[in-house]
Design a protein around this ligand. Structure first.
Ligand SMILES: [Zn+2]
Length: 384
């Protein structure tokens, strides 16, 4: 694993042939914050934890299959350290019981540190996804029966370190998870085959206004830093697109379609507004003419595909998005659908163009790759 296995092909990021999404830390915080306020923090934490646990298991298994190795206790710390390569920060072993049925980890959480720095002390632990990853991956390697993880301390809550305790399922921890009303059966279907085969498309090279601007400053490559993964102007964690697809499905099942779609649109809108700040943060100034082209191109950095503005005036904007890995992956898992699927992306365009033009825009997705596997179309107009 690690950065050598990562590639950025101009419109998507790949790890071992798996399409990835770059999840900027500020976007992740905004999403969790809105979800916690709109719904129950307990339910939201459980969704992130269970999703992490399933993926930790699958992600580790794919590695074992690819290199034809069997899980060994001696591989344990090596696999825990891989979280650093994905931008989550290093996981180190504090304690591994001699029977190998319980372990404690310290997580040097890039996300928790940033949350504390930028947003102050939080009422909840913020690393539920990474806790799940460690629980699933550790459980597979150590052959734990029904592994259960707890984040015992978290930097974002004001504790000195983030620490996890993972054990075989026991009365005490089952109690903790008892109240979870969680559509967990959905994750039963998440298989290794889906992880590997989810996205057959690859886009060719194209001329991006954004890339040529960034290339002049050697800024468009993928980099691992102590603060997380950086690609172009984004800093964050990276996770397979299939995990994002399941996340959205779990949220919709748990909290309802309309509420979830509306929330994703608003989260996208905030991220779109921040997007021009990201570009400024790496020293780029973007005028209106450039901005019209660059806002849809930014979707590539997140891993969503090739975005183009095909019409842009101050009262009508049309965006075409090819090879949208989110919609196509969802289509391959859950089947094609006539429903449009990309509320986050529609919101992102609304926020980006509102900020660029200094007046409100709203976007609607009018055709989606979830149905035709080719392209998504988004239409924007000034808000009333
Ligand atoms: Zn779509």
């Amino acid at each position: 694993m690690g950065m050598k296995a990562f590639t950025f092909d101009g419109s998507h990021t790949w790890l071992l042939q798996v399409p990835m999404m770059i999840f900027p830390f500020e976007l992740y915080f905004a999403l969790m914050n809105r979800l916690n306020h709109a719904f129950s923090p307990h339910a939201v934490n459980n969704i992130m934890y269970e999703l992490g646990r399933k993926h930790g298991w699958n992600g580790t298994e794919i590695y074992f299959k690819k290199f034809n190795i069997r899980p060994q206790v001696s591989d344990f710390s090596f696999f825990m350290e891989q979280t650093k390569m994905l931008g989550y920060g290093n996981l180190s072993i504090l304690d591994l019981k001699s029977d190998h049925k319980q372990f404690r980890l310290r997580h040097d959480s890039t996300f928790a540190k940033l949350v504390l720095k930028n947003h102050g002390k939080q009422p909840y632990s913020v690393d539920s996804f990474t806790l799940g990853l460690a629980t699933g991956a550790g459980g597979l390697i150590l052959d734990l029966r029904d592994p259960v993880g707890l984040e015992t301390t978290c930097v974002a809550k004001g504790d000195l370190n983030c620490e996890y305790l993972v054990s075989e399922g026991s009365q005490a921890y089952t109690q903790e998870k008892e109240n979870a009303t969680f559509p967990v059966d959905l994750l039963e279907n998440y298989t290794l085959k889906q992880l590997v085969n989810s996205f057959p498309h690859r886009s060719g090279d194209r001329n991006y206004a954004l890339f040529s601007k960034l290339q002049q400053r050697s800024l468009n490559s993928l980099k691992l830093t102590d603060e997380g993964i950086k690609i172009g102007p984004l800093t964050g964690m990276t996770t397979p697109m299939i995990v994002i697809c399941y996340l959205v499905e779990l949220l919709r099942k748990e909290f309802g379609l309309a509420k979830t779609n509306g929330l994703l649109y608003e989260v996208g809108k905030d991220e779109g507004i921040r997007s021009l700040d990201y570009l400024r943060s790496v020293g780029l100034e973007i005028n209106r003419v450039e901005g019209v082209k660059i806002i849809p191109e930014l979707l590539s950095f997140y891993g969503f595909g090739n975005g183009f503005a095909i019409q842009a005036s101050t009262n009508r904007i049309i965006i075409r998005l090819f090879d949208n890995s989110f919609a196509i992956t969802r289509s391959s898992i859950f089947g094609p659908s006539k429903e449009v699927d990309d509320y986050f992306i529609a919101g992102f365009l609304a926020g980006g163009y509102s900020k660029l033009f200094g007046k409100g825009f709203e976007f609607k997705e009018t055709a989606c790759a979830r149905e035709n596997n080719k392209q998504c179309l988004f239409e924007g107009s000034p808000s009333a």
